[in-house]
Each structure stands twice: as structure tokens, then as C-alpha cells.
Design a protein. Structure first.
Length: 271
């Protein structure tokens, strides 16, 4: 019998992998969610997939898996995958698109030194333990919207060369986002997130010689001034919390400017 796992987006998708004889759900070794499955056989099959450049890992149940130094030469899919233990992607290279839609990292996740050449998506991804994105390079747009970060999250020396979205993300008190000196977070959107918990120490938003800081949402004209006021207020609170009072003052200035523009709009509407 073939594996009976149902692909989340391809209804007629048929898995060629044989179901395990003792699987209650008739899943193959990749999708079987038991911790006592044959780990050695699992790793052997993963290695074979990588060698033939098959990077579809949709719904896989990984135990302790390493993709260290792997070069992903084709689109990679980890949608719905669960990493039960440590997941290592350090120094890996993603030359095509990669998607971690609804993936769940139960153990530590290490992406340190990785390079993402094309778009990368972490929509609805959950990080339960520590996630390390130190020295990661994002050459295209990166999406981390509606994510849950519960453990210690490090975005240290990360290079966001294009836009990055943390919209509706939930951050724990241990999150640190400290970008690479050559880039800044003026390309980052934190709309709807609890950004006041994040330690942005060392991150740049624009030229610090400027009195006013303009965040991505305002520069794109994406949201209303009242919403902008709320975002600037939370960023101010974050910088106050971690002792950067000079930067907090700049966010306060932008907060008040957004309030003034909102009040002016209200008056014009009433007139």
C-alpha cells in the first residue's frame, strides 16, 4: 500500500513511497509521526532525496535532522513539516524559492550562515525553542508573517537586502533582531506584531543623523496614520525597555507626527 498522507494543497497527489506495515494511519517512513521509527533508514532515504535534488519535504516528521552545507538547487518545500528535535540548516544555500508554511520546530533551529538567494516564506511557522539566524543573508524578500516565536530568537548580523515581513508575528521576551551594519530595518514590516518585546539594539532604521524615522509601512503608504501611530509607539516602548533612549526619542517624534496627521485628517473629514 502506498502512503496515505494527504497533501495540503494537491488533492490528487499520490505518494510513491510505501506505507509502513505497522503504521496506524498507513503513512510512509517520512510522514509517520512516531519517535521510534527507524531513524537510520529515515536518514538514508533523506540523503538519497538530496542527492537526486528532490527537495519536497511536505508534511515530513523529522527527528534529529541536519541539512548542514546542503545546496538547495531547486524549489524546496517544508510546508507542514515537524522538526521534533534539533534542525540544522547552518551554512546551507538556497538558490531557489523555499517555503516553511506551517512548519513547526519543536527543538532548536539553526540557520546560521545560510544564504537565501530567492524568496523565502516562513508563514504560520512556529519556533518553540531557540532559533538562530546569525549571519544569514536574505537576497530577496523574506516573509515571517503570523509566526510564533516562543524561545530565544537571534537575528544577529542578518542582511535583509530586500523587504522582510514580520506582520502579525508573536514574539517572546527573548527575541533579538540586530541587523547587519550594511542594511537597516527600514525595509521591514512589523504591522500587527508585539514588536515592543523585541530587542532591536544595534539595528538601523535609516540615517541616524535624521531626526525623523520613517518605517516601511509609512514609506509605502500602506496603512492609516492611526495605525502608524500605534506602530511607532510600540517601537518607542521597545527601545525604552532596552535602554536606547535616544532612538526611543526619534520613534516618539514619529509617533507624534502620525498623531498630528491623523487629527488633521479627522478635521478635514468633519469639515
Amino acid at each position: 500500500m502506498k502512503c496515505q498522507y494527504k497533501h495540503p494543497s494537491k488533492k490528487d497527489y499520490v505518494y510513491l513511497e510505501e506505507a509502513l506495515s505497522d503504521s496506524k494511519e498507513h503513512f510512509c517512513i517520512f510522514h509517520e509521526r512516531r519517535k521510534d521509527k527507524d531513524v537510520e533508514e529515515f536518514h538514508k532515504k533523506i540523503t538519497t532525496k538530496i542527492e537526486r535534488e528532490d527537495f519536497d519535504f511536505t508534511g515530513y516528521f523529522f527527528l534529529d535532522e541536519s541539512f548542514k552545507d546542503v545546496k538547495f538547487t531547486k524549489d524546496a518545500y517544508f510546508g507542514g513539516a515537524t522538526f521534533e528535535d534539533v534542525a540544522s540548516f547552518n551554512n546551507s544555500e538556497f538558490t531557489r524559492k523555499i517555503d516553511f508554511y506551517r512548519a513547526r520546530f519543536e527543538g532548536d533551529a539553526d540557520f546560521s550562515g545560510a544564504t537565501f538567494t530567492e524568496k523565502v516564506g516562513f508563514r504560520f511557522t512556529t519556533f518553540v525553542e531557540e532559533a538562530n539566524f546569525k549571519d544569514v543573508k536574505f537576497e530577496e524578500k523574506a516573509n515571517f508573517p503570523i509566526n510564533k516565536f516562543f524561545g530565544i530568537i537571534d537575528f544577529i548580523n542578518v542582511r535583509f537586502e530586500k523587504e522582510v515581513s514580520f506582520e502579525q508575528a508573536f514574539f517572546s521576551d527573548n527575541t533579538r533582531i540586530r541587523s547587519h551594519p550594511e542594511c537597516n530595518l527600514s525595509k521591514a514590516s512589523f504591522y500587527g506584531s508585539n514588536r515592543e518585546r523585541v530587542d532591536f539594539s544595534g539595528s538601523k532604521w535609516n540615517d541616524d543623523n535624521n531626526r525623523e524615522i520613517i518605517i516601511f509601512e509609512e514609506s509605502k503608504g500602506a496603512i492609516h496614520f492611526q495605525a502608524l501611530e500605534e506602530i511607532y509607539r510600540r517601537l518607542k516602548q521597545s527601545h525604552q525597555r532596552f535602554g536606547n533612549h535616544d532612538r526611543a526619542g526619534k520613534f516618539y517624534y514619529s509617533e507624534m507626527e502620525s498623531r498630528r496627521k491623523h487629527q488633521r485628517e479627522q478635521r478635514q473629514w468633519m469639515n
